[in-house]
Design a protein around this ligand. Structure first.
Ligand code: SF4
Length: 180
């Protein structure tokens, strides 16, 4: 089907049973990424479009040399509001009231909000030497919060997968530049 689509790794957070973990599956994903890379390399060499927006957006990010200190705008310029008026810094946290940062009737609690926002990747020790830190920006903060890794890097296996993915995005970017 020739329609734009986005592809992302499954969100971990509450979905952490054995059907959704990456531990021990790095080699499997690596092979899949290699296959994907070959597929898109061929498309680039045949001047065919890439319909996966996740990849085209990342190629554009590299081309424009955009760097990001924060993984997203959750709790900064993006909020989720539930039907009872509770406000959350991320829709992935809106399943439990304990993550609410306020309510539209009473307003936002700034202290709580500060604890529910993505960290600057520069403040995360484990990310300090990672070559993709301004691309990954330390990963999804709500996912990390829900698996007990707030203000830390992603779990090791996910970091590996992110680096493999970024390697592919950079490779495709170079192929595209060389093609033009
Ligand atoms: S891949 Fe891991 S270490 Fe690298 S920036 Fe992302 S979370 Fe940090």
């Amino acid at each position: 089907m020739e329609v734009p689509f986005a592809a992302v790794l499954a969100y971990k957070s509450r979905n952490i049973n054995e059907t959704c973990i990456y531990e021990g599956k790095t080699d499997f994903f690596k092979k899949q990424y290699e296959e994907l890379q070959r597929f898109y390399q061929q498309r680039i060499e045949c001047d065919l479009p890439i319909y996966c927006c996740s990849i085209t957006n990342d190629i554009t990010t590299i081309k424009k040399r955009n760097s990001r200190n924060f993984a997203c705008g959750g709790g900064i310029n993006i909020f989720a509001v539930t039907d009872n008026g509770n406000i959350y810094s991320c829709e992935h946290l809106a399943f439990d009231e304990k993550y609410a940062v306020g309510n539209i009737a009473s307003g936002i609690d700034k202290k709580v909000l500060e604890s529910m926002q993505p960290d600057d990747v520069n403040s995360i020790l484990e990310c300090s030497n990672c070559w993709i830190r301004f691309f990954c920006s330390a990963g999804c903060f709500s996912e990390k919060m829900l698996i007990g890794r707030a203000s830390k890097s992603l779990p090791k296996e996910e970091c590996t997968l992110k680096r493999i993915y970024c390697g592919m995005a950079f490779f495709l970017f170079v192929r595209k530049v060389e093609r033009n």
